[in-house]
Design a protein. Structure first.
Length: 281
């Protein structure tokens, strides 16, 4: 079943967000037909940015969150109903700037949420300002002379922050993107996919990455090996795409024994007494 809504996308012609949308729709269709995902229990939320429009183009329950706040919203949804499968579509400016602290701690906690980052290395919605992932030398309205500092490395950050599933995809390699989507959606725990997504209007880096892409055939066996591999790929001038690392461990919901919290919430509450106990007279 397609999960596309009837709303026509308003992204720029040629935007690679179209590929991300089509890939996600195709994977959800496959997984729902195979009985691996119940679309009725699927929740999608998005942040602020060009990526955020994807929320309008999917006929799935969800929320369009504040800038950088998709992850705490997702955690709240999981605490309210652990049986829901929650997916965040976020942008690099959205998640790696305002939302960075949430990303780090959600990695530590291993909440059972999937985060797909549309990384075009610029604040595209506000017409091309430098973002945390903009390359050194990138010229923008706020840095017409070129960005002065090195960019944030999201893969290294996620590996160091103890995320249980870390992957990178390239939006224009749709088949690889679909496979990574599928693995992330079926992973139990916090899964983050950094999607390199050229912006045809403000940061079209297709020519820069075309000859540098390198497929990761199998995830690295340990977090340490994944970090070492990542540093070596930078040294060699390569951009690996695929799953860097994944592990099975208890989720935040399991560690915190959310089931017991649910049982306490089901107890009858004397609202009048609660107000008397906590409201200052």
């Amino acid at each position: 079943m397609t999960v596309r809504s009837e709303i026509l996308p308003s992204w720029c012609p040629g935007c690679s967000n179209f590929v991300i949308l089509n890939a996600f729709d195709s994977v959800i269709d496959e997984l729902s037909r195979d009985g691996k995902i119940d679309v009725r229990k699927l929740i999608v939320n998005s942040g602020i940015g060009c990526h955020g429009k994807i929320f309008d183009y999917l006929n799935i329950s969800g929320v369009n969150a504040l800038h950088g706040r998709s992850i705490p919203l997702s955690l709240g949804i999981k605490l309210a109903n652990k049986d829901l499968k929650v997916v965040c579509f976020v942008g690099d400016g959205d998640m790696y700037a305002e939302g960075l602290e949430h990303l780090i701690h959600a990695s530590r906690y291993n909440i059972d949420v999937k985060v797909f980052v549309h990384n075009n290395e610029t604040f595209a919605l506000t017409t091309g300002q430098s973002a945390p992932t903009s390359k050194k030398g990138f010229k923008s309205k706020v840095r017409p002379e070129g960005e002065r500092v090195e960019p944030l490395d999201p893969i290294l950050l996620l590996l160091a922050s103890n995320a249980s599933f870390v992957a990178r995809a390239y939006a224009l390699d749709q088949e690889s993107l679909k496979q990574i989507f599928k693995e992330a959606l079926l992973h139990k725990g916090f899964a983050v996919v950094d999607i390199l997504q050229p912006c045809v209007s403000f940061n079209d880096f297709r020519n820069e990455v075309r000859d540098r892409l390198m497929k990761i055939e199998n995830p690295l066996k340990s977090r340490e090996e994944a970090i070492s591999f990542h540093f070596q790929s930078i040294k060699d001038g390569k951009i690996p795409i695929g799953v860097y690392f994944k592990e099975e461990r208890k989720t935040f919901e399991e560690v915190e024994q959310i089931e017991k919290v649910y049982s306490r919430l089901k107890r009858k509450i004397d609202l009048k007494k609660l107000i008397e106990d906590f409201v200052i007279q």
